[in-house]
Write a protein that binds this ligand. Structure first.
Ligand SMILES: [Mg+2]
Length: 171
């Protein structure tokens, strides 16, 4: 039961995920959450850091696709400068959005990873369809109201998780 919350890896933030790490694990597509993973939840635009990371990843032919529960409008506004494809209203923790991305972009789930800042949505959705996952720390300390509720339960799960899997640690 607890295993559905277990991320494959835990990395400080998305910008610290190197193309070398991805290639080493045969990953050619990064599905990423939007809010507090790729950009701060309350930010309308990205950053130079994001631009640099995307350039370094794409140089190796690795695709980046946003899979977010947020609306088309919100995602478009946040990523319009980066030419990123996206799946809105992904309905995480269900795997609907991830499955949709796999089908639409002809991905192989063995070569795909889901990156996100929430165990309860990003990690669960990836685990429920057999895609590896990377948990990152949220970019800013605050959250949207609906995420605040998830964080309460996340804390409980987190404490159980680190007890059961002492090998889990931040890279
Ligand atoms: Mg998020």
């Amino acid at each position: 039961m607890l295993s559905r919350f277990k991320p494959t890896w835990m990395i400080e933030n998305i910008y610290s995920i190197s193309p070398q790490f991805l290639l080493e694990h045969k990953i050619n597509c990064v599905l990423t959450d939007l809010d507090n993973t790729l950009v701060p939840w309350n930010s309308k635009v990205g950053s130079d850091e994001l631009r640099a990371w995307l350039a370094s990843i794409k140089k190796y032919g690795i695709q980046v696709i946003v899979v977010s529960n947020n609306s088309h409008h919100r995602i478009q506004a946040a990523v319009k400068d980066y030419e990123l494809p996206f799946v809105p209203r992904a309905m995480k923790p269900l795997s609907i959005g991830i499955r949709h991305a796999i089908k639409e972009f002809h991905l192989n789930k063995k070569n795909t990873v889901m990156v996100g800042d929430q165990l309860m949505t990003d990690v669960v959705s990836a685990n429920s369809c057999g895609v590896r996952s990377i948990l990152v720390k949220p970019l800013v300390r605050t959250d949207a109201w609906n995420t605040t509720i998830n964080r309460y339960f996340e804390k409980i799960v987190w404490n159980k998780l680190i007890k059961k899997y002492p090998d889990l640690h931040w890279k």
